[in-house]
Design a protein. Structure first.
Length: 435
């Protein structure tokens, strides 16, 4: 038995151009005897005729396939009984805004596999866009810095940079940033931007993507503990960009000050810890927020801190909130922004924001679908990671009880629903559904 695989049209965001399975991998599956249906799309980065040439059949919705691939959330009422849907559902934290979607899938007796939970035995994600979020987010944040300083009447090399989606490729964007790096090394930065200190939270794929871009500049990495002396003692070079990485021990401390930081305890019982990030905020020029966060963990940037400490001479100019949890680790991120309207300025005095580069306060770049600004490269990498799992999934008997389901272990770990039933690892979501 071979299940037919379908690729849907992405309709949540106007600028969503990514796809989970690229034409080259459709061809691989066709050569193995699998049928592929694709809903036509005039915005997808890979054209319809590329899929046809790879052996897929173009079909308007609804798809007849019983394994349906997407990227972002699918609409309520899209689901059909007995079918398996694979996408980023954004439900595993009990996100309130997507509980109706999950409930609808339960009511329709559909199955759900979430890419975010396709992990190995050590819990490491196997299929992700994270690196590309870090890449695009950092390009956007450096562009935002240039535009924000320009509004303030300060010219800088970052003015030459554009928002990520304006480049035809990642390599084109990297070439521009490399050129900016050479200019900084040769001529230095304006006094208003020195020392230029860029903080990056986290050490996962998103953070690595951010650092990949920063390495194109004349970067010197320093420790969090060295930040205060860098500014206070004037031990900095205008021809250098200073990078500092913040990991969990830098971000929080145990509320019981007699106890040392314990990483596993922090993961298991974060309520025992409080943020100590306030001490670093005044030393940063740009904050790239690239860490995982949910509402069990302390925030690192709060409205209260900014209300009490911000002034017109504040060093922190831009927050690139790649994590993009509304009112989350960066509390002033009121919502994710769109690619076509990517930044807002937050006024700490009045606790208000306005879209764009103008206004008093701190600029925030919080694009919700950053990898879609690099749609071709991110889709290719994602599809490369996904395709090894698809043949076994498409040949499996998906109608047996969950305990007997013989599919690759990472996919089984990622199955939130099986024919409308929460699987054992995800029964905790019932409390959010009930709420």
């Amino acid at each position: 038995m071979k299940h037919k695989i379908g690729i849907r049209y992405e309709d949540k965001y106007l600028m969503e151009r990514r796809v989970a399975l690229v034409p080259a991998h459709v061809k691989v599956l066709r050569e193995k005897g699998f049928e592929i249906e694709v809903v036509p799309s005039d915005k997808r980065v890979f054209k319809d005729q590329e899929y046809v040439a790879a052996g897929a059949v173009l079909k308007e919705a609804p798809l007849s396939a019983d394994i349906i691939l997407g990227v972002k959330e699918m609409p309520i009422d899209y689901f059909e009984a007995g079918k398996t849907y694979i996408f980023f559902s954004h439900t595993i934290k009990g996100q309130e805004y997507n509980m109706p979607l999950l409930q609808n899938m339960i009511d329709r007796k559909a199955s759900l596999i979430d890419y975010e939970r396709i992990v190995d035995e050590q819990g490491r994600r196997l299929i992700f866009f994270g690196r590309f979020a870090g890449l695009a987010g950092t390009i956007n944040s450096l562009w935002s810095l240039g535009q924000r300083m320009k509004v303030k009447g300060v010219s800088s090399p970052f003015e030459r940079l554009q928002q990520t989606h304006h480049y035809d490729s990642l390599e084109e964007a990297k070439a521009v940033i490399s050129g900016i790096g050479k200019e900084i090394a040769a001529n230095g930065l304006p006094e208003e931007l020195t020392p230029l200190v860029i903080g990056v939270t986290g050490n996962g794929n998103v953070s690595k993507g951010a650092q990949e871009i920063l390495q194109l500049l004349p970067v010197k990495e320093i420790e969090p503990g060295d930040l205060a002396s860098l500014r206070a003692e004037g031990n900095y070079d205008a021809h250098t960009v200073y990078k500092v990485i913040f990991e969990e021990p830098d971000l929080v401390e145990c509320m019981d000050s007699s106890q040392p930081f314990n990483l596993q305890e922090y993961y298991d019982e974060p309520e025992k810890y409080r943020s100590v990030f306030d001490q670093y905020i005044p030393q940063l020029t740009v904050l790239m927020n690239c860490m995982y966060w949910d509402d069990r963990y302390p925030r690192i940037v709060t409205r209260e801190y900014l209300k009490n400490n911000w002034n017109e001479s504040f060093n922190l100019k831009v927050i690139g909130d790649v994590t993009c949890d509304p009112e989350g680790s960066v509390e002033i991120t009121f919502e994710g922004t769109k690619i076509v309207d990517p930044v807002f300025t937050y006024d700490p005095d009045n606790d208000t924001h306005q879209m764009g580069f103008e206004g008093k306060g701190i600029l925030v770049m919080a694009v919700e679908i950053l990898p879609s600004e690099l749609p071709r490269e991110s889709s290719l990498a994602f599809s490369e990671a996904l395709i090894p799992f698809l043949p076994d999934l498409a040949e499996a008997d998906l109608n047996v009880p969950f305990e007997q389901l013989d599919i690759p272990a990472p996919l089984k770990r990622a199955m939130i629903l099986h024919h409308g039933q929460l699987t054992p690892d995800y029964e905790y979501l019932q409390q959010y559904l009930d709420a």
